[in-house]
Ligand binder design. Structure first.
Ligand code: FES
Length: 87
């Protein structure tokens, strides 16, 4: 059976207020646009205790820091392959 990609986004108060509030929606949108929902377990997480490097998320245990919308899309493209998304 195929293992799902595990995406955790930090919803601690620091990351949330510094961008993850919006990035949750960016990731949701990306997964929907590219029909990746069934391949991914996407969920929120408590503070990762790295607030100074936030906002951050982890994908299959690897932490990605200082995120913004562009970086998130780039990271997801690297993982799922270049997707000709609607621009
Ligand atoms: S709030 Fe995200 S690492 Fe602390």
């Amino acid at each position: 059976m195929e293992q799902k990609v595990d995406i955790q986004i930090c919803l601690g108060s620091s990351c949330f207020s510094r961008g993850n509030k919006v990035l949750v929606r960016v990731i949701e949108q990306y997964l929907n646009e590219n029909n990746l929902r069934h391949l991914v377990h996407f969920h929120g997480a408590h503070c990762f205790s790295s607030c100074d490097k936030g906002p951050l998320m982890s994908i299959d245990g690897r932490e990605y820091q200082q995120l913004n919308e562009e970086r998130v899309r780039m990271i997801l493209n690297e993982i799922f392959g270049p997707v000709s998304s609607v621009l």
